[in-house]
Design a protein around this ligand. Structure first.
Ligand code: UN1
Length: 493
């Protein structure tokens, strides 16, 4: 099957005539489909189309825009199983998690559909008599949504849905590893009645297609999720061109386990957060910070559970962990294992590519656990994006919090403790955008802000009401009905 770009409400070939393949990472000989390798001219057509559609879309009442989103959510509900199965095939995550990804997209779409009847601003008293003051949200214009492969449906909805409900038009450039799910999302919005030109999609590599979009003068805001290195490039280009930029780029998330924790629960939380989605979540737990009294017991239970995880095709209900997304990620994870060993960390389990049985033809990597990790080692500082857990032992809560906060990222952290006082100290002092108590580092819900401190982003938050702050401009409105000149700050006594 050969898919096309979506520009001006039509499915069109790329002007380049070139294409690339989307393959199954669990069975790498399987080509799922081909998609266009777009260039600057395709991007330009998409941006022009979005710019033409903007005046009409921004004036359509927001509740009407919301109805289209609501219909899109309804279609996703109907097609949940089909979308999840396609996602497992294209991205590799196990079917249960793929259903979760689709569900997160549904949740976000319903949530933003509802915003069509809210989009709250403020009404506040004026300091002058016979004068009315309020703030309203205005759309920004043409938005570039550049999305990663690890949540092929959910993350696109985090960007596209708030952008649309706020009255913007969009050019969407999905990750090259998961274009088919992106195409399905566009098809669903088309079926839901989205007018042509309001959402456009071009596929192609980030370095060319993505950068052409980032640097296009017709794009006012870039919303990007991906690696720190790419985020930096987007940030630099955006700054040069005076664009708004919203970035989300990863984490080095930790779970803290105190001596007084419910260890059964902590083991479950660590296994799920470190090895769920094969460690390929921005929120994945890649550091376990454990208090000395329970360290040996906890680690031996985690190792036992990690060894028992079943790797293979995500379509089989018994599979616990799917493959990594591609060859370069496989290489990268292997390299970090070598770095960890050379820095003196001790490998307790895993550490290599899995090749037996169902894993023969995919990018599988064994669940890996290192102990004797010190906080400044590279495996304790750098995002790996694979099933690798680094265990750091500490003596106190203060030390745990200090180590948790001492990385260039600040997305998610968690503490397992049965002491409410420790829990509240952690809530106060963990300096990440997400904090969990007695739960792992993954599993954020769409109605709350999502994002992180330090190098995880640039201060914005997706999801919840906070997303609307990315995708709209505040306009403060003053209506003077006194019939005379009233000077603020002067005529107020
Ligand atoms: C991501 O990995 O970029 O909180 C998103 C979670 C999911 C979203 C993860 N709801 O793990």
């Amino acid at each position: 099957m050969a898919y096309k770009n979506y520009v001006d409400g039509k499915w069109v070939d790329s002007v380049t005539g070139e294409s690339f393949e989307s393959r199954n990472p669990a069975e790498t000989s399987e080509v799922i489909a081909t998609v266009p390798k777009s260039d600057r001219r395709d991007v330009d057509a998409a941006v022009q189309s979005a710019a033409r559609a903007f005046p009409g879309w921004r004036k359509l009442p927001a509740p009407r825009r919301g109805e289209i989103l609501f219909r899109a959510a309804e279609i996703m509900v109907q097609r949940k199983e089909e979308l999840a199965s396609l996602m497992t095939r294209e991205m590799g995550k196990v079917i249960k998690e793929a259903r979760g990804d689709v569900q997160e997209a549904i949740d976000m779409t319903y949530y933003m559909a509802g915003e069509g009847r809210r989009l709250f601003g403020q009404t506040v008293p004026s300091e002058l008599p016979n004068k009315f003051a309020m703030s309203v949200r205005d759309p920004i214009g043409v938005i570039a949504a550049i999305t990663p492969w690890n949540f092929p449906l959910a993350i696109p909805t985090w960007k596209v849905m708030p952008a649309l409900i706020a009255g913007n038009t969009v050019v969407f450039k999905p990750a090259s590893d998961t274009p088919i799910l992106a195409i399905k999302l566009v098809e669903i919005l088309e079926e839901a009645g989205l007018p042509g030109g309001v959402l456009n999609m071009v596929t192609g590599p980030g370095s060319s297609t993505g950068m052409a979009l980032v640097t296009h003068p017709g794009v006012q805001l870039i919303s990007f999720t991906g690696s720190r290195a790419s985020a930096n490039e987007v940030s630099i280009e955006g700054a040069h061109l005076g664009k708004r930029v919203s970035l989300e780029s990863g984490g080095k998330n930790a779970i803290i386990v105190m001596d007084d924790a419910n260890l059964d629960l902590a083991v479950d939380g660590v296994i799920w957060s470190a090895f769920g989605t094969t460690g390929q979540r921005c929120t994945a737990c890649s550091r376990l910070i454990v208090q000395r009294g329970v360290a040996d017991q906890l680690v031996s239970r985690i190792v036992e559970r990690a060894r028992a995880l079943r790797l293979g095709s995500g379509h089989l209900p018994e599979t616990d962990m799917g493959p990594l997304i591609n060859e370069s990620q496989l290489r990268r994870v292997g390299e970090y294992v070598e770095i960890a060993k050379s820095e003196g960390a001790k490998l307790l389990t895993g550490g290599q590519r899995a090749t037996g049985g169902q894993c023969a033809n995919g990018y599988f990597f064994e669940p890996t656990v290192f102990v004797d990790v010190t906080p400044r080692m590279r495996i304790a500082q750098e995002e790996i994006f694979g099933p690798v857990l680094a265990v750091i032992t500490v003596d106190s809560l203060e030390e745990a919090i200090q180590i948790n906060n001492d990385t260039q990222y600040g997305l998610s952290s968690a503490i397992f403790t049965s002491d409410v006082n420790k829990a509240y100290v952690a809530i106060r002092d963990l300096s990440t955008g997400l904090v969990y108590v007695n739960a792992g580092t993954i599993g954020a819900e769409v109605q709350l802000p999502f994002g992180g401190t330090r190098g995880t982003g640039n201060g914005h938050r997706e999801a919840g009401q906070a997303a609307l702050d990315i995708f709209s401009e505040w306009k403060s409105v003053f209506v003077d009905f006194s019939g005379k000149l009233q000077r603020a700050q002067i005529d107020n006594s």
